[in-house]
Design a protein around this ligand. Structure first.
Ligand SMILES: [Zn+2]
Length: 368
């Protein structure tokens, strides 16, 4: 199995070198050459017509569009309301820009919209949110996102943190169900946000750059368990609501807990966005068994972004190396380096890869 995969990779690599030397693969100024060992992985990735259900793209560019077309990849672009960033503070311009991006993408980008939870105390909050979401659905949005500011930032008028199961959100969840759309939930954060500093944790550098989300030692701050239980109430109260818990459902260190959630809530699936490294650092046989058992419930996502001020060559390199690395991990038996440690490819069967990289996205997020 491994031998034949390697042979194919070598053949492909050989082919690409041959094409380059005859000048048939032009090296454009904005599309940097890929390291040779990524070529085979990216070709196999592209052959499956993958869907990345978790990205944040704020601009377009011919070189970016060309990359999407070359990789046959479709993206679900997720909007977030974040009152700490000027651009993410305003919803309307984000939606307008995102819809323009969808229209210019020739079928390569779809939209996951959101609503403004900072307006929770307005008397018309629910009605306004539903009106806006329905308008976005009519324009092609396929899903709705709630973010970690619910549970970890926004407080009600009594000074209490609002949770995902707040009754004010219920009409919105019902509206999503009535339109046959999907709710993407980013609730809570990795365990390390509540724990002692841990430089070995794949998310630790995020908290060094974003200390406002590092909540250890904050008296009275909701526990991670309380936030995830509120999310679980939404699943239990809305059995018709399809929910994708992004970032491994924030259970990034506990496959047993993910499994018991998937067993308990048939309307729940997870994405892998920004948490693949946790899987890479677990015992490979356990991860492989988990992914085979729950092959219908895991969606491939990355959390890659393209910011408006992005340096395109750097961004393209980042996107391609992430896709190549993730493909190597799930699809091959190769050994590679993650955070200074060795990771082993899972060599998953092709039928499982087809589901994780594509079919599950279509089934859990209809319209993609
Ligand atoms: Zn994200």
């Amino acid at each position: 199995m491994m031998g034949s995969a390697r042979t194919i990779a070598q053949v492909i690599l050989g082919l690409s070198i041959a094409l380059s030397s005859t000048g048939q693969v032009p090296a454009s100024a904005s599309a940097p050459a890929k390291p040779a060992d990524e070529e085979g992985a990216l070709r196999a990735f592209a052959a499956i017509h993958p869907i990345d259900v978790h990205v944040h793209v704020f601009k377009t560019d011919p070189a970016f569009q060309k990359m999407l077309e070359g990789l046959n990849v479709k993206l679900l672009n997720i909007l977030v309301m974040d009152d700490t960033l000027p651009y993410r503070k305003q919803l309307r311009p984000q939606i307008d820009d995102a819809l323009a991006l969808v229209r210019s993408s020739r079928g390569h980008i779809a939209l996951c919209t959101t609503f403004d939870p900072y307006k929770l105390d307005s008397a018309s909050f629910g009605a306004d949110a539903i009106k806006q979401i329905d308008r976005d659905f009519a324009q092609g949005a396929v899903a709705v996102k709630i973010w970690k500011n619910i549970g970890m930032e926004i407080k009600d008028n009594r000074g209490q943190y609002i949770m995902a199961d707040d009754p004010k959100f219920e009409p919105i969840y019902k509206d999503i169900v009535s339109h046959g759309k999907t709710l993407m939930t980013h609730q809570a954060e990795p365990d390390v946000a509540w724990g002692p500093p841990d430089a070995s944790d794949p998310s630790w550098s995020y908290y060094q750059e974003n200390p406002q989300w590092y909540v250890a030692n904050q008296p009275g701050f909701p526990s991670k368990q309380r936030i995830l239980e509120a999310r679980d109430h939404v699943l239990a109260n809305n059995p018709q609501l399809r929910m994708v818990g992004v970032h491994l459902g924030s259970m990034e260190r506990d496959l047993d807990s993910i499994a018991s959630h998937l067993d308990k809530y048939p309307n729940f699936a997870i994405d892998t966005a920004a948490r693949m490294e946790y899987l890479m650092l677990m015992p490979p046989e356990q991860v492989r068994a988990f992914l085979i058992k729950y092959q219908d419930r895991v969606l491939y996502g990355t959390d890659l972004d393209l910011l408006s001020d992005a340096n395109l060559p750097d961004a393209l390199k980042d996107w391609q190396s992430t896709y190549a690395r993730d493909w190597k991990f799930l699809a091959t038996g190769e050994t590679f380096n993650v955070e200074g440690k060795q990771a082993h490819g899972l060599n998953l069967p092709q039928t499982v890869l087809q589901k994780i990289f594509r079919n599950n996205a279509i089934r859990w997020i209809p319209g993609l």
